[in-house]
Design a protein around this ligand. Structure first.
Ligand SMILES: [Zn+2]
Ligand SMILES: [Zn+2]
Length: 385
């Protein structure tokens, strides 16, 4: 099977590089990835997939299905393709997407013999609004048995955790006044923002070490001689578990409520982006990926350090067994969300590693389809967690 898979990877390698390069050269922000999602769909269609575009009402989402019409599990590969403002594909979602679509195509070439179904999901806006969150909420993953993907990085890492996250916005409404002649008639909305920051900084001393609260002031007034009647701050609040996140968000909100009381401004508290769940890695799948990537010639795959962000794949992992490992796109150290990272994502080295990663992701799926006992183990672990 390994040789068969490698042969199919080789056959579509050029098409995948073309796809990755094209998306790299045409970076599009979340929910505007029209060129990218179309390019994925065209390729999947060419290889015999049934493609549903504008999936679940999201203009740049898609679902591509190949069914062996024989009994067996449904394997999903998750493709991302959104870029970042100014730095383009500094997260490498061009090669991430090509890896998932490539895995889907290669698996489709072998499942007529072994059974099951393969789905490639085009999941928009990972960096901002979390397309997967909406897809999970609308039931896209309800009939998926296993969800697989791999993210580019400088090294190979096993799938780890990610932080649950909530994006909270505090708007404060006060009253303008001349800041020098009649300041006593004004209510300073900016003061409410500053008091919020100060209270959160005090709160920080008493939060768990793996939690994160970080924010910016989006609007702090117009001129120094006018008491600001409107000010806005946006925060990300993150924690390793959803239950702790809920507690922490409430405390952060209380900082803003207290600031409103202290200044007399009115607070309006909303979520400005979708919330992400923490990633629960399926350990059976994770070990299987390690074994397969080594079979593909990768010598070492590291354990993920504690230093992680938030992923919308987290929400998927609460619905079906999921892994989100990392593959190397550079022999040198790389920092995510940089221009250097974007450049590395189209290197010859990166493309070689993409091929190995596709091989491993397909072989994982083949084992899941063929080995019923293994499949049950994966399912059982998911249910227990
Ligand atoms: Zn990113
Ligand atoms: Zn990313």
């Amino acid at each position: 099977m390994k040789l068969k898979v490698q042969k199919h990877v080789k056959e579509i390698k050029d098409e995948l590089i073309q796809l990755s390069n094209y998306i790299h050269d045409n970076p599009e922000l979340g929910h505007q990835e029209f060129k990218a999602s179309k390019a994925h769909c065209v390729l999947l269609k060419k290889h015999g997939f049934r493609v549903e575009r504008e999936y679940l009402g999201m203009k740049t989402a898609f679902k591509a299905t190949y069914d062996s019409k024989k009994e067996g599990p449904t394997i999903a590969y998750l493709a991302e393709y959104d870029a970042l403002p100014d730095i383009g594909h500094g997260c490498g979602h061009n090669i991430l997407g090509a890896t998932s679509t490539g895995s889907g195509i290669v698996l489709s070439k072998v499942i007529d013999d072994i059974g099951g179904k393969v789905v490639v999901f085009g999941t928009p806006a990972e960096e901002t609004c979390g397309g997967k969150v909406v897809m999970v909420d609308k039931g896209a993953f309800d009939d998926i048995d296993v969800a697989l993907m791999a993210h580019p990085s400088d090294k190979y890492y096993k799938s780890g955790g990610s932080l649950a996250m909530e994006a909270v916005q505090f708007e404060f409404f006060g009253r303008t006044a001349h800041a020098a002649s009649e300041p006593h008639k004004g209510i300073n909305a900016l003061d409410a923002v500053i008091a919020t920051f100060n209270s959160i900084n005090a709160l920080r001393e008493h939060i768990r070490h793996d939690a994160r609260v970080h924010g910016v002031i989006k609007d702090g007034g117009k001129a120094a001689n006018i008491v600001p009647d409107y000010a806005v701050a946006q925060f990300y609040v993150r924690a390793t578990t959803k239950s702790y996140l809920i507690d922490l968000v409430e405390k952060v909100k209380n900082c803003a409520r207290g600031a409103a009381l202290a200044t007399g401004a009115k607070a309006n508290i909303t979520n400005y982006e979708t919330s992400y769940d923490n990633l629960v890695t399926n350990s059976v799948l994770n070990d299987l990926f390690e074994q397969k990537i080594k079979e593909m010639g990768v010598e070492h795959i590291s354990k993920l350090s504690e230093n992680f962000g938030s992923l919308d794949a987290g929400n998927v992992s609460h619905v079906c067994p999921t892994i989100h490992p990392y593959f190397s796109i550079s022999t040198r150290e790389l920092v995510g969300h940089t221009k250097e990272f974007a450049k590395a994502s189209i290197s010859t080295y990166a493309n070689e590693q993409m091929c190995k990663t596709i091989g491993a992701l397909v072989l994982v799926a083949v084992d899941v389809i063929e080995d019923k006992e293994l499949f049950m183990k994966i399912k059982n672990e998911h249910q227990e967690k």
